[in-house]
Write a protein that binds this ligand. Structure first.
Ligand code: UN1
Length: 513
């Protein structure tokens, strides 16, 4: 059997001696217990990474706060140049990093490459943006006065990211934070620690080549306890956290308690509305990729299909037929569509969801189950499943991070479907499949989808980095990556300058001395 070039990829990424728990990422001060990373692909140990103790963390913060003093004074376009070089390094290492993402996380190699492409894209975006960190100018009410606003670097940005996008979400945050003049301390998921060290190695190389302190880019490893160091630390003005709503609520409370800022990108419960005017072929592609891509472990994964009763059977049959074509297996083998779940705990949650939907009265139309035998030794491979359900079911209201798709029926006008779509606690991504202009515009209107992302004739996942990414309600309200998402990484300052020899007061107040 082939190892799909994993050994070579690890070498390219500087992860050779990782079995000793060597902290190869420079500026990784970690000396704590070893975190073992097992691949969900074949169950084998990939390597061990040292976790960060409280003492180690203090050293990291010293390095970060001191690096900020240099970095913040560098002109933004010069910081952009460093980010450009980082993007170039990512282009060189795209295959190796994409492979590691696939092997450590379990998504298909194509999706691993796609994730690294998102990193490259955000670097390009950030480079241009480094010349556009602009505020507004306003007309002063006082003669001979000028008023404007400017954006200044914020400081140390804490980043907590999830296993499902082990490298891209970090890059969305860091590329912007860096051009904004901030330094970053990153806690990757303890389920994908090797990806964290690999990224740290790539960034450290760039900072070293530019004679810049590596404290601009810091890595801390561990579970939620290390995340707590970040959320409690008053030296960290912004904590950006991606993951479960449960985690986000804890982080939000902690950060708000010290009046810090948080950027939250949490759970989704994303739906595609399929109206009588939908293109069925496109609907099937969008729905199936949305539901089974990344084995249903994207926060944008399609969880619910809300189908008009007049075409319900037709859509159901087409989607069920497409599921019959899915090949489940080693994600590094490009013939497979669906890889494993991240670990056995995730498998248990998947099984529990299927039991629950049946217990609540749902009807399974594509049988699930855990795969066994050759190629499935890790115990993490499951069959994508489909159940007919009601939106009010507790399990349908809940985000299960697995390939379980619920079919829901609506009748009458699109308003009824929008009502169902919005009747969940989460508000990340949504889509409508229709060729009817009125339906599409209603869906996008003020009375339409309540999500941060609303698409027409494409699925719920696979957002481009040029737009602001994030959602409402229990998704947390944060926006990452494109548009003006950069503003949260900076502090705004309003400046009023008087160029006369008088000192008139605002609001016409007289104060004669
Ligand atoms: C996530 O799952 O946390 O829209 C991010 C998408 C990707 C990002 C998903 N661009 O599916």
């Amino acid at each position: 059997t082939t190892d799909f070039g994993i050994k070579e990829a690890l070498e390219t990424l500087g992860l050779k001696d990782i079995n000793e728990g060597t902290s190869t990422g420079s500026n990784n001060f970690s000396n704590g217990e070893l975190i073992e990373s097992y691949s969900p692909v074949d169950g084998k140990l990939i390597g061990k990474v040292k976790s960060t103790t409280k003492e180690d963390y203090e050293k990291v913060m010293e390095a970060a706060t001191s690096a900020f003093k240099t970095w913040r004074t560098m002109p933004a376009p010069q910081r952009g140049e460093v980010v450009r070089q980082f993007g170039e390094k990512l282009r060189e290492k795209k295959e190796a990093l994409g492979k590691l993402v696939s092997y450590e996380m379990g998504k298909s190699y194509q999706e691993g490459l796609g994730e690294v492409q998102e990193m490259i894209d955000i670097c390009d975006f950030a480079v241009g943006l480094s010349r556009q960190l602009h505020g507004l100018t306003m007309h002063s009410e006082r003669p001979g006065h000028r008023m404007y606003e400017q954006y200044h670097p914020l400081g140390v940005v804490g980043i907590i990211s999830a296993f499902n996008f082990p490298v891209a979400v970090w890059a969305w945050n860091t590329a912007l934070a860096w051009i904004c003049g901030d330094v970053c301390v990153w806690k990757p998921s303890e389920k994908t620690p090797m990806c964290g060290v690999a990224c740290q190695n790539i960034a450290a190389e760039v900072f070293a080549e530019n004679d810049l302190p590596e404290g601009i880019c810091c890595l801390v490893n561990g579970d939620y306890k290390v995340g707590e160091y970040l959320s409690k630390d008053t030296r960290i003005p912004l904590v950006s956290a991606t993951g479960s709503t449960r985690m986000g609520k804890i982080v939000a409370k902690e950060v708000a308690g010290r009046l810090g800022k948080s950027l939250l990108e949490l759970g989704g419960n994303n739906a595609i509305i399929v109206t009588p005017d939908a293109d069925i072929k496109m609907t099937v592609i969008g729905a199936v990729f949305g539901a089974v891509g990344t084995a249903g472990q994207r926060c944008t994964s399609t969880r619910r299909l809300i189908i008009h009763d007049s075409i319900y059977d037709k859509v159901k049959d087409a989607v069920v037929a497409a599921y019959g074509q899915l090949r489940i297996g080693n994600p590094l083998d490009e013939n497979n569509h669906v890889g494993p779940l991240i670990d056995k705990d995730a498998v248990k949650m998947y099984e529990a969801a299927l039991e629950k939907v049946v217990a609540e009265g749902g009807n399974i139309v594509v049988e699930g189950g855990v795969l066994e035998g050759e190629g499935y030794e890790s115990g993490c491979y499951v069959k994508p499943a489909i159940a007919e359900a009601e939106n009010s079911f507790e399990i349908v209201q809940h985000e299960t991070f697995a390939p379980v798709l619920y079919l829901l029926k609506y009748s009458g006008s699109i308003e009824n479907a929008i009502e169902v779509q919005n009747s969940v606690a989460q508000g990340l991504s949504s889509a409508v499949m229709t060729n009817n202009l009125r339906e599409a515009e209603r869906f996008l209107s003020h009375a339409g989808s309540d999500c941060g992302i609303a698409n027409v004739n494409i699925g719920t996942s696979g957002a481009e980095i040029g737009g602001a990414f994030g959602g409402e309600k229990e998704t947390g309200g944060g926006r990452e990556s494109g548009s003006d998402a950069w503003k949260i990484y900076m502090r705004r300052q309003t400046n009023t300058i008087n160029y006369t020899t008088e000192l008139p007061l605002a609001q016409g107040i007289k104060f004669d001395l």
